[in-house]
Write a protein that binds this ligand. Structure first.
Ligand SMILES: [Mg+2]
Length: 337
């Protein structure tokens, strides 16, 4: 194997890179959300390379959509836990409360009471239920609702929970607030285990292996569907998918099924091109472009660090500065909560 004497990104750079690349993927993909790969290719022959806003919800350039907003809801829960200084702080409940505030119109960038423009079905059902029960264990949309709406927001647990077992538990519990389908819950635990391994400086292959081990353990009595979706991600090439659209092996056609998004994110993580080119191609696959690019972006930013994200992207991100500040605050000390 070739020796690589250049040091990888610092831990801090990986953490900030993860958050900003998720945000950048979301904001980049928002312009062409729901469009097919053919429509995107004909409008942007070299790929959509700039964050320009617009799209079906007419976003300002760099605005967060639900993916970044709900990641922020989880991120702020971890910030609150650190501020509380208490090991008993309920980060799952805090994530649920922050998500409900977003849903009910208490959110920066929107006038008070103004509701979010784009809310997934399970997220809507889950947060409606949570408003009544105030119990994150009893608020999920149920088995069968296997959208990518919890995978898209799960990243902060992978970045800020350093205990591997608590990471799995918190990833699963935060998914269940809205997405308690077993596939969604396991996908979040697998994704965050990969993130945490990358943060610790593991190679991409070793990080994926760490994710697979979690899938095998959690799916012991399941069908192994999450494990299989990771395997599929090792076989598929992002550039092929951007050229031809989602292959038949992706059962949901990249339209929001959680395991399609996980497969694409694994394929992106294994794509050795620079982050910009990989994310442009993830968007080029089409359909749920913003969420697929947000989920893939979280892994790519962890792999390559904040320096790998184009400056012209970083300049326009709505929550770029806030995410940097929270990440710096949460990375100050290691090994706590
Ligand atoms: Mg979105």
């Amino acid at each position: 194997m070739a020796q690589n004497p250049a040091p990888g990104p610092t831990r801090q750079s990986r953490i900030i890179g993860a958050l900003l690349a998720l945000h950048a993927g979301d904001s980049l993909g928002a312009t062409v959300e729901f469009k097919t790969h053919a429509q995107i290719a004909s409008r942007y022959p070299s790929g959509l390379r700039d964050i320009v806003g617009g799209g079906p919800f007419n976003w300002p350039a760099g605005h967060a959509t639900d993916d970044t907003d709900l990641t922020r809801a989880v991120l702020i829960a971890y910030k609150s836990r650190r501020e509380s200084g208490s090991a008993d702080f309920d980060v799952v409940k805090a994530a649920a409360e922050n998500s409900l505030a977003w849903f009910d119109g208490n959110w920066p960038g929107r006038a008070p009471g103004e509701l979010p423009k784009d809310v997934g079905n399970a997220t809507m059902q889950g947060l409606d239920k949570y408003r009544r029960t105030r119990d994150p264990e009893r608020s999920g949309a149920g088995q069968g609702s296997a959208g990518n709406g919890s995978l898209m927001r799960c990243l902060p647990t992978g970045l800020f929970q350093s205990d591997p077992e608590l990471l799995v538990q918190e990833s699963m519990a935060i998914s269940k607030i809205t997405h308690n389908d077993f596939r969604c819950v396991v996908a979040c635990a697998v994704y965050n285990s990969i993130v945490a391994a990358l943060i610790r400086g593991n190679s991409v292959d070793d990080a994926i292996e760490a994710g697979e081990a979690v899938a095998v353990r959690l799916e012991k009595r399941g069908g192994g569907e999450v494990y299989k979706s990771v395997q599929l991600g090792k076989e598929l090439k992002i550039s092929d998918m951007a050229q031809r659209g989602p292959p038949r092996s992706l059962p949901g056609g990249c339209s929001g099924y959680v395991l399609d998004s996980l497969t694409v994110a694994i394929a992106a993580l294994l794509d050795q091109r620079r982050l910009e080119d990989v994310l442009v191609d993830v968007v080029g696959i089409g359909r749920d472009t913003d969420t697929n690019a947000a989920i893939a972006g979280g892994l790519l930013g962890t792999r390559d660090g904040v320096e790998s994200i184009p400056i012209r992207w970083k300049e326009v991100l709505q929550f770029g500065e806030e995410f940097r500040a929270i990440a710096a605050f949460l990375s100050e000390e290691e090994g706590t909560g």
